[in-house]
Design a protein around this ligand. Structure first.
Ligand code: GLN
Length: 222
């Protein structure tokens, strides 16, 4: 599959995401925030980083990038979209996902190998995992605490839309230990940890993240 990886001014992890897409068996297509079309891709990754310097709020300006008009339209048609960390923040700001990411509870930037449980493997980004799989994936952010009102949280839980949950000590104060969620259809997934940094033994953070990129094939042919 052709997987577009969007670069915004200030993106940091776009090249790692492109590499992970390739290791997952796909062709990575570089998309620029100013692009007016998605160049025929089958799926999109919004990578981590500090788009537009995190000014106003993380993801608040990126939401208005020309490419996001196309990403929102494609997501609404069912295209798989994965937002990683800053990408998750952009998805919330774009209202493709509910809730918001606010400053970590302890007001510190975090960088660690984070244990997670995959709660929902019925998305195009998680189908390679067993439901309930326990994995360890890099977490690095300053504003990763997921918040939403109680009604929204109950709906996410009730509809099985919590995709991943922090295991052990909650690193950032995310409500209900939520590390990732999806939209109603399941094609749009936002994840605070960085699977693209956990795809090669060489980097020391294991390969548990690779499933997010190999899942697309399983999903396409399911
Ligand atoms: N790693 C990232 O994508 C960082 C996301 C965001 N800018 C934050 O600090 O919370």
């Amino acid at each position: 599959m052709k997987v577009g990886v969007v670069t915004f001014p200030g993106s940091l992890d776009d090249v790692d995401a492109q590499r992970a897409v390739g290791l997952g068996g796909h062709e990575a297509v570089a998309l620029w925030h100013g692009d007016a079309d998605l160049r025929g891709v089958d799926a999109v990754v919004l990578p981590g980083g500090f788009s537009y310097g995190d000014y106003l709020r993380c993801g608040a300006i990126s939401r208005f990038s020309p490419v996001m008009t196309e990403v929102v339209a494609a997501a609404e048609r069912g295209m798989p979209v994965l937002g990683i960390c800053n990408g998750f923040q952009v998805l919330c700001e774009s209202h493709l996902l509910p809730g918001a990411l606010i400053r970590n509870q302890r007001q510190k930037f975090l960088c660690l190998d984070q244990p997670l449980r995959i709660e929902n493997n019925r998305t195009p980004w998680t189908s390679a995992y067993d439901e309930g799989a326990e994995v360890t994936i890099v977490l690095k952010n300053g504003e990763g605490s997921f918040v939403a009102d109680t009604e929204t949280l109950d709906r996410l839980e009730g509809e099985g839309r919590v995709v991943a949950r922090y295991l052990g000590a909650n690193p950032n104060g995310s409500l209900r230990d939520i590390a990732g969620i999806c939209n109603e259809r399941g094609n749009v997934v936002g994840l605070m940890p960085h699977p693209e940094h956990s795809v090669e033994e060489l980097t020391g953070s294991g390969t548990d993240g690779l499933g997010f990129f190999t899942s697309l094939v399983a999903a396409a042919f399911a």
